[in-house]
Write a new protein. Structure first.
Length: 187
């Protein structure tokens, strides 16, 4: 067994992952309704074999500013799209309004969102796992070692809380950083 009396071990992840059995193209849905939009998937990292450039969220941009309201009404009726927010509502999901689309589409747990040029707006998927929706935001976070209270379940902890917590454990001043010290986890 490893002696943790002078060490701290932290284990976490940047996001969760879920199986996706369907994919939906909000751009294709809107095209079928006579609305023109440009879609930007949040996952476009070249790992096509992994998640096929399909993820849990997608930004939509419109040349016609008035189209966003009509588009939102259309997308609200689509199975597989959990939520559609305007840029003005982005803060509700802790997104910076100046860095998102005119609309933000959030996929359902089993649905990935993407863009494609032709074919149906929704399709079945096999063997697809992806992330980026609100359903992959719960992640593991484990702290163990010197100065850490054993057996504490962290509720409401976020990855940004790790830096100030580790600074406290090391006796360092964290300064003005995002996050909080996870006092409930400290011995």
């Amino acid at each position: 067994a490893y002696d943790l009396s002078e060490s701290v071990v932290v284990l976490t992840a940047d996001h969760g992952m879920n199986a996706k059995s369907r994919s939906v193209s909000p751009v294709r849905v809107l095209a079928e309704a006579g609305l023109r939009a440009h879609g930007v998937p949040l996952i476009r990292d070249g790992l096509f074999a992994h998640h096929r450039d399909l993820g849990g969220a997608l930004y939509l941009y419109f040349d016609d500013p008035g189209a966003a309201g009509d588009a939102r009404a259309v997308l609200a009726q689509v199975a597989g799209i959990d939520d559609v927010l305007s840029r003005e509502e982005a803060g509700r999901d802790r997104l910076p309004p100046d860095r998102v689309g005119d609309l933000i589409c959030w996929g359902a747990r089993e649905v990935a969102l993407g863009i494609w040029a032709d074919g149906p707006a929704a399709r079945d998927e096999s063997g697809l796992r992806s992330h980026g929706s609100k359903h992959e935001q719960r992640i593991p976070m484990l702290l163990a070692g010197c100065g850490v209270r054993p057996g504490v379940e962290l509720r409401g902890a976020e990855t940004v809380d790790l830096m100030p917590t580790l600074c406290r454990l090391a006796g360092l001043e964290a300064g003005a950083v995002q996050g909080r010290v996870l006092e409930e986890a400290l011995a």
